[in-house]
Design a protein around this ligand. Structure first.
Ligand code: PRT
Ligand code: ZN
Length: 289
């Protein structure tokens, strides 16, 4: 029986599981440790979580068994699933790359003609080859693709690369990038027709965007001599104009600002040189946007 809750499919156990649960908790969902259960309801939100193998998620969402899902973009495209990609989630980033032993490394894409390429992403690879008018043979392997050249099964591989350590261990070198992926929120095409569930999705989407913006931002606090306010505000890559408060000593100000997380270390020495002291950088859990 449909209880009216939005059904969200997530990876049960794998590379996306921890980050997915972390994001959902940042969105305010209460999720108890799920152990071996396949379905749980969030404590305080009208969402049921379905724990699945990642390969099954696009189809479950396409067929409406789950309303939405969190899965790698590569899996969505590989399964050719008829779903909407609602939001990119900024984790689980990886690249699907052609890699080969040094002596067989292609120097131009035309070198792939006539070659045998092992992959667990045959559909994405075939599209890439077609787009580039290359005629190569694809061997579909479900796991341990990286050992195919050493076994003589294929000339090269097309596999997911994140740090590159697996390629190095197998004496393979990267060549062309076939696809770039990250975790995405997907939804069934029929979702808008269910007003109740669609409203829950919009609420969840606002929370996800707030959590993602917060993750990329920090709250900067510092004290500065009153005379250096102009100099200092020019240095801060603030998302909004900073908050400035007078301190009790009559000659200093406290300056607070939300800044992009990445740029902070580039401005620290300039802030200090301009007289800033007591610099604090705080994590932000959520930013309502
Ligand atoms: O059991 P289930 O079917 O649910 O999981 P799975 O084993 O099929 O997938 P899983 O958990 O390994 O990966 C889930 C998703 O994470 C993938 O679909 C990608 O979207 C994303 N992702 C991010 C990765 C990687 N990084 C990654 N490095 N998926 C796989 N890898 C593998 C890759 O296949 C290769 O064997 O890691 C190896 C390369 O890693 P590096 O760091 O050595 O380059
Ligand atoms: Zn899988």
């Amino acid at each position: 029986m449909d209880n009216g809750n939005l059904k969200l499919a997530i990876q049960k156990k794998g590379r996306l599981s921890d980050k997915t649960l972390e994001l959902l908790r940042l969105c305010g969902l209460e999720i108890e440790t799920y152990s071996e259960r396949l379905l749980i309801t969030a404590g305080n939100f009208s969402i049921d979580l379905l724990f699945l193998r990642d390969d099954d998620i696009p189809e479950y969402v396409q067929d409406g068994v789950a309303d939405i899902g969190i899965v790698g973009e590569n899996v969505v495209f590989e399964n050719n699933a008829d779903v909407d990609v609602i939001e990119k989630l900024g984790f689980g980033g990886c690249k699907l790359m052609i890699a080969a032993p040094e002596e067989k490394l292609p120097s131009c894409i035309c070198d792939l003609n006539g070659k045998t390429i092992a992959t667990s992403h045959p559909r994405i690879l075939q599209k890439y080859l077609d787009d580039n008018k290359i005629n190569a043979k694809i061997i579909n392997i479900s796991g341990s693709v990286e050992i195919a050249p050493a076994l003589g099964v294929a000339d090269m591989i097309c596999d997911i690369v994140s740090t590159g350590a697996t390629l190095m261990m197998n004496k393979l070198k990267k060549s062309f990038k076939v696809f770039e992926s990250q975790a995405v929120l997907i939804g069934t095409k029929e979702l808008k027709q269910n007003a109740g569930k669609y409203a829950i999705l919009l609420d969840l989407q606002t929370r996800i965007r707030s959590a993602l913006t917060a993750r990329n931002s920090k709250y900067l606090m510092m004290n500065i001599p009153s005379g250096s306010l102009d100099n200092i505000t020019k240095l801060i890559p603030s998302l909004k104009s900073p908050t400035v408060l007078p301190l009790a000593d009559g000659k200093s100000l406290a300056v607070h600002a939300v800044i992009p997380a990445q740029g902070f270390w580039n401005i620290v020495s300039d802030l200090k040189a301009a007289g800033a002291s007591g610099i604090l950088l705080l994590q932000i859990d959520n930013m309502i946007i």
